[in-house]
Design a protein around this ligand. Structure first.
Ligand code: GTP
Length: 725
């Protein structure tokens, strides 16, 4: 077994380096009748005296013996010691103590009087002279119960042994021990082994006590396989007798006597080389070796793969010795061109490593335009921040000292302009988001090769970041100016705005209906009583041809006592402005005097006292009255203003939604995309910078070295495996 130790140790190193499990050697399980010599055989295999032996039943609990190889050190031989699972804090360096502990622990669990127990005792022996192997000594089979043993002792031990030797997943070698001085036909161990290993592939027959056979008899027939054929054969051994043990006969001596026995025995002489404990050990060695060999092809394949992977990794780090001075410029040019083209292709979506998991590069910019920016604009509610009072105040203020005859253009301007400014913040945010995205794209560029040169990589990032930053300000300014442009001039002649006027026409139509009803009422009340009404009437002409010219808007001064007809065209509204658009009428045609025509019309006052009353009334209009109570007309005006604001804002929003992404693409994305390569060359392709830029990353140098070392280890391991196979 010692021959195997160096190989297995070397293999163990291989396993350690490739991070694989240890070589899982088969368990060797010793099975036999009571006192057949099982413990003696086991001790011979381990070549240490440590198991209790004696006449009668000795092994009364399964003993699971794990041998652990500890590497011999160049300077010193490591200490051999044993450790029990039940007393794991105690190191047994004296093997006689181990024997005593086994006896004591057996007695503790299985009692003093021949009783047996299924509960296994675990013992680990650490030694430089052992293989990592598990050996199991089991209680011997017995037919007649003695001492404390139960009546079904035979069944109990049989089941116990079966459990150990029939484990289907575990590779188990059965050492079926039979004493030669008992008829082999009655060998319980062989019977049991046959049950679990009918073809005899993993059973070694061990015949003990050949020295105790009756005079004139021998076991030659059995040992030569003529009685019971086993693939691994029968091996005869002569262990130490009870007398030898009592007399402390050393193991070496015992081995010598055994060899002598076979050499001089008449019957066994011819097969002496295939008898005895050394041959048994050698056979076990071969079995273990074959087992290892079976596993080697797998390990070899694994090492081969590792060699391939590691070589590939090593190549990716590049060869430190290759880059001579003459190649530097070409290398830098290649790396920066690659970086620039990575940047461009990420934006264009032509990059080779396009993700299918998440949006990347240009697609994210598209997402910003359509989803983020689009949603931000959609979420703005034009006029949402304007109260009725705001609108009314604006109207009043914009009319100055004149009565508010019509919804004035100034009020509309005043109110719609701040709404347009609401588009500024999301537009600028859109620029920022795209800028950030381009930054991200630039940080995502670069190859494994580039990672070798952290300084070059950092410089590339710096130059592209500078370029992007340079483009950010003009882009933001341009976008800001897009809003300012919209803010600068309110184009009420915009064709889309007139489309928005349809809503107003509805409003106008409603008002017309109300006006007619009101007129009827008014006429009736004028005829019947002298109730004073101040009625300011204005007419509007709808653009809607079906509607024809419409007259609307009545201003009814609160508590007014007299009709003031401000509008001389009232009697024949279609005579003026019939062909004018609603808006031209409403806001004038750009000429302020047009708008003031109507109030300049003579006011018909029927009674001079009415004027006095009016003046009196004006003096007493309280502020509250003026602010809190909306007249019908004011309500209409407010509604109109609101729908006009919405209509106008919508068309501006559309324009902004369209032009901002275009501006960003032109000023920021395309510009940087087009100039990146030239800029990089301009800034970095300078002879004096080459040395600094191409300074290699220290980590990478270390990685390369580690990789090289690993490759050597794998190659060495590969050689070891090749030798072993
Ligand atoms: N002369 C002689 N005695 C042997 C031989 N093998 C074992 N013995 C003796 O037989 C007795 C039993 O040996 P063990 O090795 O304890 O047998 P075992 O099978 O382990 O016994 P249990 O554990 O009690 O079942 C001991 O006294 C041994 O000295 C042998 O080949 N020749």
């Amino acid at each position: 077994m010692n021959d195997l130790i160096p190989l297995v140790n070397k293999l163990q190193d291989v396993f350690n380096t490739i991070g694989s499990d240890t070589v899982d050697l088969p368990q060797i399980i010793v099975v036999g009748s009571q006192s057949s010599g099982k413990s003696s055989v086991l001790e011979n295999i381990v070549q240490r005296d440590f198991l209790p032996r004696g006449n009668g039943i000795v092994t009364r609990r399964p003993l699971v013996l794990q041998l652990v190889n500890i590497h011999a050190n160049e300077d010193s031989e490591p200490e051999e010691y044993g450790e029990f699972l039940h007393a794991s804090n105690q190191k047994f360096t004296d093997f006689a103590e181990i024997r005593k502990e086994i006896e004591a622990e057996t007695a503790r669990i299985a009692g003093q009087n021949k009783g047996i127990s299924r509960s296994p005792m675990q013992l680990k022996i650490y030694s430089p002279n052992v293989l990592n192997l598990t050996l199991v000594d089991l209680p011997g089979l017995t037919k007649i119960p003695v001492g404390d043993q139960p009546t079904d002792i035979e069944n109990q031990t049989r089941n116990l042994i079966s459990d150990y030797i029939s484990k289907p997943n575990r590779h188990v070698i059965i050492l079926a021990v039979s004493a030669a001085n008992v008829d082999l036909v009655n060998s319980e161990s062989l019977k049991l082994a046959k049950q679990v290993d009918p073809e005899g592939r993993r059973t070694i027959g061990v015949l003990t006590k050949l020295d105790l056979m009756d005079a004139g008899t021998n076991a030659l027939e059995i040992l030569t396989g003529r009685v019971l054929p086993l693939k691994l054969g029968f091996i005869g051994v002569v262990n130490r007798s009870q007398q030898d043990i009592v007399g402390n006969k050393p193991m070496v001596e015992a081995l010598k006597s055994e060899a002598e026995f076979f050499k001089h025995h008449r019957a066994y002489r011819s097969i002496a080389s295939r008898c005895g404990t050394p041959f048994l050990a050698k056979t076990l060695n071969n079995i273990l070796m074959n087992h290892i060999r079976e596993r080697l092809p797998d390990i070899k394949t694994r090492i081969n793969t590792l060699i391939g992977q590691t070589s590939h990794e090593l190549m990716s780090y590049g060869d430190s010795t290759l880059e001579g001075k003459s190649n530097r410029g070409a290398l830098i040019l290649r790396l920066l061109t690659k970086f620039a083209s990575d940047f461009v292709s990420s934006i264009d979506g032509t990059s080779s490593d396009i993700s299918t998991k998440e949006l990347c590069g240009g697609a994210r910019i598209y997402y910003i335009f359509n989803n983020v920016f689009g949603a931000a604009l959609e979420s703005i509610r034009p006029g949402g921040n304007l109260t009725v009072q705001d609108i009314r105040t604006a109207i009043r203020n914009s009319t100055g000292p004149r009565p508010s005859l019509f919804v004035p253009e100034i009020a509309f301007d005043l109110l719609v302009k701040p709404q347009i400014l609401l588009l500024l913040q999301p537009s600028l945010r859109c620029v920022d988001l795209v800028y950030e995205e381009l930054m991200k794209i630039c940080h995502g560029c670069g190859s494994v090769e580039l990672s070798r040169y952290p300084r070059l990589h950092a410089k590339l990032l710096e130059v592209v970041s500078d370029l992007l930053r340079e483009r950010l300000a003009p882009t933001s300014e341009y976008v800001e100016s897009l809003i300012s442009i919209q803010h600068a001039y309110i184009n009420t002649n915009h064709p889309d705005f007139i489309g928005g006027g349809a809503a107003i026409s509805d409003l106008v139509r409603k008002n017309e209906r109300k006006r007619r009803e009101f007129e009827k009422l008014n006429r009736r009340s004028n005829n019947s009583s002298g109730v004073l009404n101040v009625s300011v009437q204005s007419s509007v002409v709808s653009k809607d041809e079906n509607d024809g010219p419409l007259v609307s808007d009545n201003l009814k001064e609160p508590g007014g006592t007299k009709d003031i007809n401000l509008h001389n065209g009232m009697n024949n509204p279609s005579s003026w402005a019939q062909r004018e658009s609603f808006l031209t009428y409403f806001f004038g045609s750009g000429n302020k005097t047009d708008r003031t025509v109507l109030p300049d019309q003579p006011i018909s006052i029927r009674n001079p006292r009415d004027i006095e009353e009016l003046e009196h009334k004006l003096e007493h209009i309280s502020l509250d009255e003026g602010v809190n109570h909306l007249t019908e007309r004011e309500e209409l005006e407010t509604q109109l203003i609101r729908s006009l604001i919405t209509s106008y804002f919508d068309l501006v929003r559309k324009a902004i939604q369209d032009t901002v992404p275009k501006a960003i693409m032109h000023h920021l994305v395309n510009r940087s995309r087009e100039t990146v390569q030239n800029r990089l060359v301009e800034e970095l392709y300078k002879e004096e910078l080459f040395a600094d830029l191409l300074q290699e990353d220290e980590n990478l140098t270390n990685e390369r070295q580690k990789c090289k070392t690993m490759l050597e280890v794998y190659r060495e391991a590969f050689e070891i495996i090749n030798e072993a196979m």
